[in-house]
Design a protein around this ligand. Structure first.
Ligand code: HAM
Length: 437
């Protein structure tokens, strides 16, 4: 039988990579606490309609990449589900479903978790990937637009990414966008024959989508297309000026990018994306977001403005590696309880249990092998101390060996807990000394 593999476009996060993820999640959590965003979790799958209506039926994410799921039994067979390709639509569904419109606004929520897109896998583009997402419902901006963007930039800075470029645009609203879409249609119409098949269809259904086409053949045409900036109504232009003024006030730098329409249909006004400086490819976007003032109503709520971002954690990790930023160490226990009598697992397990009950990090060596081998493996895994159970036990003592300093001395079992607790505390505070000796 052939050996099963992780599905194409997915990967196992082994301890080294999972540790990097946990570090990023820790930074994200600390930031969202500081900025007043509360954690939420939504199901990994929703009625497909949430995404079809929310993200838009004529988008790559829904048209080409939606991971449709069929439970295939009884009533569920009639339901149409999909794995979430992004979290915003599901969070809006939850906001409406749980009557969060009656809470003091804005309601500020955050979610970190896996997303699923049935895309063609390549570097930085996976079928299961992770996003750090924040959403603020109920504030029409523009100050909160700038605040959210600054939060994303701070995340990259705290993660240690040296140079991230913010690209910024406004794509108008239902008052001014139709005029722009007409201008786009007129611009692309004479080129219809030259357009790739999907783009030709989208010229009819959703001309704005042509601007984020990934087809190389489209690049030159897109570059010369009319600019939304010339078509904004007064209210949208004023909002956009407000966003820029607030970013300037916080010294957040940006590049104006009039072709930045984003790949999802729900956006209005502010849109933005983050790229490593000098990178342009679509699969290089580290994150993106924007305002979606019509989405909550579209999913059955009262008209309520909203804005948020989703940052691709997999891509942040790739960018950190490319920039040579050192990965954090995988956690290991600080003490290993070993013994001179290979068969006496009982004593070793009892002492390790006492240490752990006292809040210390310890494991017992439960293999029945010689002391030398037990010590070797404790040293190899990077433990700080070996607690050696030998003849001294008759006098109520063990040997505490500092594996890093190469010293050892007898201590009573009561002293042991105190000694190790002191050493762990010193370690946590960065002193790193071997138990004060
Ligand atoms: P998005 O631009 O589709 O926006 O995705 C956000 C980020 O997720 C991308 O910039 C990228 O870093 C990462 N990403 C997307 N697809 C993949 C993939 N196949 N493999 C690896 N990483 C990927 C959204 O999802 C919106 N919900 C953002 C938002 C929140 N807008 C408002 N609120």
């Amino acid at each position: 039988m052939s050996r099963p593999q992780a599905p194409r476009g997915t990967r196992d996060l082994l301890p080294a990579e999972r540790t990097v993820f946990l570090r990023l999640e820790g930074i994200a959590r600390s930031l969202t606490d500081r900025y007043g965003y509360q954690p939420i979790e939504t199901p990994l799958f929703e009625q497909a309609e949430v995404f079809e209506r929310g993200v838009g039926a004529v988008t790559d994410v829904v048209e080409k990449e939606l991971f449709r799921v069929s439970a295939g039994r009884g009533e569920a067979e009639r339901e149409r589900w999909a794995l979430r390709p992004e979290p915003t639509a599901g969070m809006v569904r939850a906001y409406v479903q749980h009557g969060m419109q009656t809470l003091p606004q804005p309601v500020k929520l955050t979610l970190i978790g896996p997303m699923f897109r049935y895309d063609r896998p390549q570097a930085g583009r996976y079928r299961q990937f992770w996003q750090f997402d924040v959403e603020a419902f109920g504030d029409a901006g523009p100050a909160i637009d700038a605040e959210i963007i600054e939060l994303a930039m701070r995340f990259y800075a705290e993660a240690g990414l040296p140079a991230v470029e913010l690209r910024l645009n406004s794509i108008g609203d239902p008052a001014c966008r139709p005029g722009y879409i007409e201008a786009l249609r007129s611009y692309f119409a004479p080129h219809t024959e030259a357009l790739p098949e999907l783009e030709r269809a989208r010229l009819v259904t959703s001309p704005l989508r042509l601007l984020d086409s990934k087809e190389p053949a489209m690049a030159a045409l897109i570059a010369a297309a009319p600019s939304i900036t010339d078509h904004l109504c007064d209210a949208c232009a004023e909002h956009f000026a407000g966003v820029r003024a607030h970013l300037d006030a916080m010294s957040v730098t940006y590049r104006l990018e009039p072709r930045l329409v984003r790949g999802l249909d729900y956006y209005t006004r502010t849109t933005f994306e983050f790229f490593p400086v000098g990178h342009d490819g679509q699969q290089d976007a580290l994150g993106g977001g924007g305002r979606y003032d019509g989405l909550i109503e579209l999913l059955g709520g009262r008209p309520t403005p909203g804005i948020g971002f989703g940052l691709g954690l997999d891509r942040v990790i790739l960018a950190l590696a490319a920039a040579g930023v050192a990965a954090p160490d995988v956690a290991h226990v600080s003490s290993v309880v070993v013994g001179a009598d290979p068969a006496d697992t009982l004593t070793r397990l009892r002492i390790a249990t006492e240490l752990r009950a006292a809040g210390l990090s310890a494991r017992a060596d439960l293999g029945r092998r010689k002391l030398g081998k037990q010590l070797e493996s404790a040293a190899r895994e990077g433990a700080h101390f070996a607690v050696i159970c030998g003849d001294e036990l008759e006098a109520g003592q063990v040997l505490l060996r500092d594996l890093q300093a190469g010293t050892q001395r007898p201590v009573t079992v009561t002293e042991l807990t105190r000694e190790l607790a002191r050493s762990e505390a010193q370690h946590r505070h960065g002193a790193g000394g071997p138990g004060g000796r």
